[in-house]
Design a protein around this ligand. Structure first.
Ligand code: FES
Length: 183
């Protein structure tokens, strides 16, 4: 013999049916959301792959002013890590990037010029470059002579801009150690 409780039995059945329904619907929505998120991610990846990864670097060729306005001796262009020298009407430029691991070398004026032999030639050196990171040293014209630096400092070409007469440094163009621009 079965006993049925009349009061509340209808609402109890209705609740039992609606609970799984709500849950199913929630799970369906969740699944749909996941699929849409996946598609959006895939779409973004596909779109991003069409855009090349470009590293914007500062220009390698730039003007540094009129030759007459440059100070006699050495000028350090900090943002370019470059030493520019003016000796009368002659100009040349040496990189401040150490050839070991790229630290910035410091210009160091000697109390008195020292005589050294570079490439079988005797030279009077009035200043040097010293690297603060691992102690490399370079003669005035960039030749490495102490520490771990494997190569001389790099020289760059200079030229005069035809449109306004300013000095132009071309850091994409390496120059010989005896390079001089005479204006
Ligand atoms: S970076 Fe200059 S000596 Fe190492």
């Amino acid at each position: 013999m079965k006993l049925y409780k009349k009061t509340g039995s209808k609402s109890l059945i209705a609740n039992n049916n609606s609970l799984p329904e709500t849950r199913r619907s929630f799970l369906q929505k969740l699944g749909l959301g996941g699929v849409l998120a996946g598609l959006a991610g895939f779409g973004w990846q596909s779109f991003r792959s069409l855009i090349p990864n470009v590293l914007y670097e500062p220009p390698q060729r730039f003007k540094i002013g009129l030759p007459a306005n440059l100070a006699e001796g050495v000028t350090f262009l900090e943002d370019k890590r470059l030493y520019v020298f003016k000796e009368g009407r002659s100009f040349y430029a040496i990189s401040a990037a150490c050839t070991h691991l790229g630290c910035t070398v410091k210009y160091s004026k000697l109390n008195q010029p020292k005589q050294v032999e570079i490439g079988g030639e005797k030279k009077n050196i009035p200043f040097e470059f010293h690297c603060p990171c691992h102690g490399s040293k370079f003669y005035a014209e960039g030749t490495n002579y102490a520490g771990p630096a494997p190569r001389p400092l790099q020289w760059y070409k200079l030229e005069v801009s035809p449109d306004d007469g300013q000095l132009v440094v071309d850091m994409s163009s390496e120059a010989e150690q005896n390079f001089r621009l005479t204006v």
